[in-house]
Design a protein around this ligand. Sequence first.
Ligand SMILES: Cc1ncc(COP(=O)(O)O)c(C=O)c1O
Length: 423
Amino acid sequence: MKNSKIFEESKKYMPGGVNSPVRAYKGMPITPPIIKSGKGVIIKDENGKEYIDFVLAWGPMLLGHSDEDVVTTICETVQSAIAFGAPTELELLMGKFLCENLENIDMVRMVNSGTEATMSAVKLARGYTNKSKIIKFAGCYHGHFDGFLIEAGSGVLTEGIPGSLGVPKESIENTLIGVYNNGEQVRELFKTYGKDIAAIIIEPVAGNMGVIKAEENFMKTLRELCDEYGALLVFDEVMSGFRVAFKGAQTLFNVKPDLVTYAKIMGGGLPCGAYGGRREVMEQLSPMGGVYQAGTMSGNPVVMAAGLATLNKLKENPDLYTHIEKMGERLEKGMLEIAKEKNIPLVVNRQGGMMTMFFTNLKEVRCYDDVKTCNVEMFKKYFLHMLENGFNIPPSQFEALFLSVKHNEEHIDKFLETFRNFN
Ligand SMILES: Cc1ncc(COP(=O)(O)O)c(C=O)c1O
């Protein structure tokens, strides 16, 4: 079947024809390509059209699609281990890898998605501190847990709705909204609600309102406030983990989190997630402590194996990050030069292999209110032009574009040439 036929049929059986809203291209005058296969950075749709992929499954495919080592590992593992719902050595290997290679992770719990990781981390923080409120930042997305679906960025922002129906006010009344990169505003929140705040959760490099890096002083203020009031600092590294650096965004700041969440890259493209941190906090999890969190598929052997194959490859080849940085720099520099030539107002925010081109007249983009100044109509035109010419990029101004180790200069230069022809 061809793209449009599959999409029309899919709509009969799945709401909007998709299993995650952003894939539906809502707000775009076209239906999404239906992807059939991928190898390296090239993906192919059901019409046989090829695209150079800058979405990479929304981040996970840092090694490119169907990396040989990951494929081999998956094939070998499924011969004898698919799921047991019992402890396995592969879980130990993954747990040990994360604790030994990442910073500030004494213990870890495996889950199946980023949402599970963040909602469980927040529950743990509440259990540990015996407090109820959390602070999340406007424009940050931490998954579809009720308590996060307020000023949530990403798909929610693209759809132009403030949160979600079906979320009772009781579920969000303990969620306070912070302003990204504004430490004084967060200080005011603590002055008013400090004794009830269990945790701050933050994307240290935000990707879900487009890419925005937190500023060092702001992060220091968050740490100080958490220490002063007895709250935990949770870094959501679902997107930035293993991407902006092998050890994640943590390495960009001189600030220690209490808990960190991971997903995406750590599963090598299979459904995964994890949260970890300080031993005394993690020991509050059941069966050791009183915070209950469980999962039939958690620590699944195939996922652990695919994840370990990916993470080991990244650890053993630090030059892969140097390559991504070079490609990112080339793309960023090229986009800014072309935008200047063409008189297109553009701010590019990039951290390693994640970046966003903001079509705005502002000089810099530092928070959600800045993002909202973007010319969404211009973004739409740009997106359609790129897609038409064989570049798969996120269909939203409020998302990050991703690079993999398989992108090369030719891919980047073609991208730039195509942008040059945009009008
Ligand atoms: C920073 C961040 N946290 C959490 C999530 C939720 O992860 P998942 O979609 O795996 O539930 C995402 C998803 O994009 C994310 O970017």
